[in-house]
Design a protein around this ligand. Sequence first.
Ligand code: BGC
Length: 668
Amino acid sequence: MKTGKELTAEEKLRLLCGHGNWHTEDFDGKLERVRMTDASMGIRMPIDPNEWQGERPSIAYPSMQMLANTWNTEVVRKYAECVADDCLDAGADVVLGPGVNIKRDPLCGRNFEYLSEDPYLAGVMGREYISAMQEEGAGTCVKHFCANNSEINRRQQTSDVDERVLREIYYKPFEIACEAKPVSLMCSYNRVNGVRASEYQKGFDVLKKEFGFDGLIISDWDAVRDRTASANAGLGLEMPFCRERYEQLVADYKAGKLSDERLDELAGQVMEFVARCKKLQEGKKRKHTQEERIAFTQKAEEEGIVLLKNNGILPLAKDKKLAVCGWYARPCAYEWNQNPELLSGGGSARVIRLTPMFDMKALLEKEYGEILYEPAFSDDGVNDIFMTPGAAVQNAAGRDVNLVFAGTGARVESEGNDRKSMRLTPAQERTILDTAAVNPNTVVVLFAGAPVDMSAWLDKVAAVVWAGFPGERGGEAIANILTGKVCPSGKLSETFPKTYDGTPTATEYRDSQVTRYQEGLDVGYRYYDRHPEAVQFPFGYGLSYTKFSYGDLNAKTDVERVTIRFEIKNEGTCAGKETAQVYIRPCMPMVYRPVKELKGFVKTEVKAGGSKRAEVVLEKSAFAYWSSAKDCWTVDDGVYEILIGASSQDIRLCAKVRIADGKLEPLN
Ligand code: BGC
């Protein structure tokens, strides 16, 4: 095996440019090589390494949005372990994920791949994913750095965003994720304040010098324009291999535009990356069998499903006679492996699932006897003219409960495009309205990866279940929620606004080249806290079949941290899980601060009538903001509220602490 020292300058240059679509260069077996694969919700790995498509089927997991909706770091860890096991099966060394970009705009085509609108939640989920995956033997590549929050003209547009906002919102998930020591990180396509992300030295320096990132910076696929400039900025590996840019790099090196020190440093990083990936795998065996992994997709989905509305019709009583409509109830009608984009977002994250698509009609018939079914609308809106919505209305009228399965899919939500609208297709809205008009017990189950505008029909229906993009065993998970075998416990990891018009990005300055992040820090609930009228379902919200009360709050300070303890009581008649969220609110800030910010959360299972004590520790740094004047994180003296909420708009408890002379102390 060659070591870095034995490589010629030309070989080192070659090492910086990747091999084919998915590998590092190995000089015909003289070096070990790393095989990379998309993406975080299962493996999308083309069988031919020179191709971008033609993937091998693999287990499809619920989308990252659903994973974040679990608010359960144990579920996140197991999810990542399962995907790591899939990598071991497939012979892949590195997963190109997780994506921790902030969901700034509900229309972004890749929101289903991302974790949250909140940097703390996205960061913690990303960190746990990385740590568990790498422990299980697969490397990670946290992406896309940075400020890549829209797919519109993504290779050209610049995200204009100031330093404080970068630090507090857009860098933050990467900062937290770096605590897990990812072996690599992917830059994005866009420009950041005019600088190409592949040449974004300022950001790369922050990663390395401040966030302790010691891995390899890899380009997004074809995101490099000038390989020499990107190398000088600190980008270690360009992917995939591009002969033209490699040759230019060689010419530039010969012309003295890339120093030997820089070349050695970057080539060393690529070799170190390969060595680290191989080391991660040493002695690793699959932790979960393939069957266990498939079964786990159901558990993850069950915990991510969010019950958005319920007038009491759910869980469905045993004796109900059901009508079911909507194409999405029976995606099994399609050849699943020919249609990888069914019930999934599109682009590099899609996975060709391993097992057939589910059939909600058949699953529910096991519990409720014969069901009347009509497709009523198509998945894409195009074939709606061939459908017979009238029959769905007739069915609905004659039954106790009417279930409409609606949603989007890869034709609507995909890498490379933003959605045009937050609304469902006209035929879907029409079906919901017409069936609800004849049957008030109408339940809507939604399959999508990002918020849907429900304003046209929400108040006409009895219940709404958010199923997201559900993965392999999604049907079983949804059936368990509808029947009540599982008590829903997912909570939204992003705000669902009423309409797109009410979002902070609806009126932003944007042209084909420039997106101005004019809302500043006020992303997601940080914005809606000042505009609550625009919210349909707030960040952190989700209903249960039971009820929880909060009490007995105690905050204990010790100069550098505050420990918060409180009680969560299950007041209902079934066991359930509750996620309590901990926000901080500066009472009289000396600079502009969001109304409140998430700094901790805890999810706990409580049996009927029982109670549990929850504990969250906040370090002093949780109270900090990025001071533009001092160019560093700053904690101002003053009084702060610590708010414990069942959602961002349902605060149940409040404690006050003071910071005086930089020390945390109780406020009596
Ligand atoms: C995407 C990345 C992905 C890569 C490789 C790019 O288009 O932005 O997220 O990992 O392709 O497929």
